[in-house]
Write a protein that binds this ligand. Sequence first.
Ligand code: NAD
Ligand code: ZN
Ligand code: ZN
Length: 346
Amino acid sequence: MQAVKLVGPHTMELQDVAVPELGPDDVLVKVAGAGLCHSDLHVLHMGEEWPFFGGTVGHEGAGWVESTGSDVDGFEKGDAVLVSVVWACGHCRACVEGRDNACEVNGSRAMFPTTPGLGPDGAMAEYMVVKARHLDKIGDLDPVAAAPLADAGVTPMHAINSARDRLTPGSTAVVIAVGGLGHMGLQILKATTGARIVAIDNDETKLELARELGADVVLKSDSEAAQKVLDLTNGYGADAVFDFVGVQPTVTLATQIIAPEGALRFVGLGGGSFTYASDSSTETLPWGVNVQRSYGGTRADQLQVIALAQQGKLEVEVKRYPLADFQQAFDDLEAGKVTGRAVLVP
Ligand code: NAD
Ligand code: ZN
Ligand code: ZN
């Protein structure tokens, strides 16, 4: 079978490899679609620092059950399934508390929990092996279009779920960036909260998508954006801010527009930072702000994302590429030419 391998610094290759063998708890998934995440680009740009060369890329995968290991119950050949982005242990204190995206066993203070395509072989291949417990059935959803739900859907869902107490009707939520994650976050906010939604991006095509998806206000990401959000809220600020970029300008923007007691969610990994001041200097955050550096999501978040998609309230804007055109897809993502999510179709 063919698989996209990260073979060395900045280098991916389409290789012919053996179809993987199954252990007793495993399911062989015939991949229908594998989403490209901006995190894959960050990994490529890490160069020599990346610890897992040789693995198959792709942490957003969905497909059909091809075969099952001897101990697997509850899955039949042909079932459409979504592969969880977090491969947590399922038994540790964090997992039992429903915080499987912060698994104590498979993650640490420095490292995210085990994630397919970022260590174990991922979804950019014709087949992938997944422990049955990391799969959720998706019924009639098209697994090509559903693949990005695993991360581009689940990650915003997690960030939003952690901010629900601020997303009351009448509140203002700001979505910074309407890319793969942001266009899903916007829909989740629309479908599940009564918040006024402000979408900010620096690309007019993405802002057009935000309008189509029902953003109440769209703003260009520029030096005036912060003042515009403050003006919209009588100077109070936004009750929840989701930064799906994380570059310096967006981190600064997020800290400038968050309201007192607001929920500030940093999701993007763009390298920006902010200074915390415990006194009343101008650099400090308003009182009560709750900051989270959000990672992926839980299985509970995943089930909610699948449910919303099944209700027709969450749809991935998909740009399909054949698996063999993976490099073109990554180049297009890097150049900002993908609106919604690029998905490789083996
Ligand atoms: P993407 O490439 O699909 O979208 C990026 C969007 O950001 C685009 O719409 C682009 O126009 C916009 N943008 C770029 N610079 C901007 C700026 N200065 N102001 C406003 N908008 C700007 O990326 P994605 O796949 O949605 O990923 C977004 C970020 O989230 C990446 O850094 C990725 O690594 C990270 N990520 C984090 C997690 C997590 O668990 N924390 C999970 C997935 C992705
Ligand atoms: Zn990702
Ligand atoms: Zn665990």
